[in-house]
Write a protein of this length. Structure first.
Length: 335
C-alpha cells in the first residue's frame, strides 16, 4: 500500500503519473468522468513545459499533432502591425513552443499512460467526495456518475489534481470563498481556416476595453488541402459573468459586435469567429494564493492548487511543471 493516488485524469494528473512511473513510484489515477471525451480548445506549451514533456519522451508525439509556433505578432484593432518577435526554437530555445488542441495534448498523455503505467491504473467514473487520513495512509471516499457509493480506497499519499472545482481543495480550505472576477469575459472557439501570416503565428490584436483577440493555429492540414484548425479567444471588459465552467456554451451575439468590422488584409476576423462549430464562454477569475498546498499526506496540483487567469500557457504549462517537481519530491520521500 505504498502507492500514490492521483485524483483527476487531466493534463496535470496524467503528467504526474508519467513522471512518477519514470521515477519508479507506483500510482493510480481516479477520474470523475465516466469516459474520456475530447474537450476544450487550444492551449500553448512554452519551452519550459515542452522540456518536461520531452524528458518523458513525448516530444515526437506532440510534434505530430501540434503546431510549432514561430512568432508572436501584435496588431491594433485595424489590423496594423505593431510588433513581432520569434518564439520557441526560432527564439533560440532548446525546445519548441507548441500550440495544440487540449484534446490532442490529453490524448498524447493518455496513450503514454496506458502504454507505460497500464490501462488498469486509470479508473473512470470515480468521483472523489472527500478523505480522511492518519499517520499511515489516506482513505478516500468515492461515488460513481450516478452518485452511488464506490468502495473506499487507501493510499500512501494523495494528490488532488481535480481542477478548478477540486473536492480535495474544498475539504482542505472550506472557508475560502468564491473566486474573484477580473471584469473581463472570454469567449473561445476553433475554426478550420486557410493558413495566414507565417502559418505558425500567434496573433494578439486590439485591447480589452473595445475587444481583444488572440488567434493561433493548433492543427496543421486538417482537410488534406492545407487548411489549419485555428484557435481564437475574444476578451472583452464585461460587467457581469457566469460561474466558471470550462465547457459552458457561449452565445455569438454577446460579443461578435465588438469585432464586426475587423476585416484585415490577412484575416477576416468575424468570419473566423462565425466559422466555429462551438463557442465556449469563461470568465477571467482568480483566487488568492493558499497559505499551503499540503496537509499531512494530501497535496494539490495544477488548477486545484493555484487557479490562474486562463492566459496562454498558464494552466497546462504550470500543471506540467508541478508534475515534475512533485514527482521528484514524492520519489525522494521513498529513499
Amino acid at each position: 500500500m505504498d502507492e500514490i493516488v492521483i485524483i483527476g485524469g487531466g493534463v496535470g494528473g496524467l503528467a504526474l503519473a508519467l513522471a512518477l512511473h519514470a521515477a519508479r513510484v507506483p500510482c493510480r489515477v481516479y477520474e470523475a468522468a465516466p469516459e474520456i471525451r475530447p474537450i476544450g480548445v487550444g492551449i500553448n506549451l512554452l519551452p519550459h513545459a515542452t522540456q518536461v514533456l520531452a524528458g518523458l519522451g513525448l516530444e515526437p508525439a506532440l510534434a505530430r499533432v501540434a503546431v510549432a509556433t514561430q512568432e508572436a505578432v501584435f496588431y491594433n484593432r485595424f489590423g496594423q502591425l505593431i510588433y513581432r518577435e520569434p518564439l520557441g526554437r526560432d527564439a533560440g530555445y532548446a525546445h519548441p513552443q507548441f500550440s495544440i488542441h487540449r484534446a490532442d495534448l490529453h490524448a498524447v498523455l493518455l496513450d503514454a499512460f496506458r502504454e507505460r503505467v497500464g490501462a488498469d491504473r486509470l479508473h473512470l467514473g470515480w468521483k472523489c467526495t472527500g478523505f480522511t487520513q492518519d499517520d499511515a495512509a489516506v482513505t478516500l471516499a468515492f461515488v460513481d456518475a450516478a452518485g452511488a457509493p464506490r468502495p473506499a480506497q487507501r493510499a500512501a499519499a494523495v494528490v488532488g489534481a481535480d481542477g478548478i472545482h477540486s473536492a480535495i481543495r474544498r475539504q482542505l480550505f472550506p472557508a475560502e470563498g468564491p473566486p474573484k472576477y477580473s471584469g473581463v469575459n472570454m469567449w473561445r472557439g476553433a475554426t478550420v481556416w486557410p493558413r495566414f501570416l507565417s502559418g505558425a503565428s500567434m496573433v494578439r490584436a486590439g485591447w480589452l476595453a473595445n475587444g481583444k483577440m488572440v488567434i493561433y493555429p493548433i492543427r496543421n492540414d486538417v482537410d488534406g488541402a492545407g487548411r489549419q484548425l485555428v484557435n481564437w479567444v475574444a476578451e472583452i471588459e464585461t460587467p457581469k459573468h457566469e460561474s466558471r465552467d470550462w465547457n459552458r456554451a457561449g452565445r455569438l451575439e454577446d460579443f461578435i459586435g465588438a469585432f464586426a468590422d475587423w476585416h484585415f488584409d490577412w484575416l477576416d476576423v468575424p468570419a473566423l469567429i462565425r466559422g466555429a462549430e462551438r463557442i465556449l464562454e469563461f470568465p477571467m477569475v482568480d483566487q488568492d494564493p493558499l497559505p499551503h498546498w499540503t496537509v499531512g499526506r494530501v497535496t494539490l496540483l495544477g488548477d486545484a492548487a493555484h487557479p490562474m487567469y486562463p492566459r496562454g500557457s498558464n494552466g497546462a504549462g504550470q500543471a506540467i511543471l508541478d508534475a515534475r517537481c512533485l514527482a521528484g519530491l514524492l520519489a525522494g520521500g521513498r529513499d
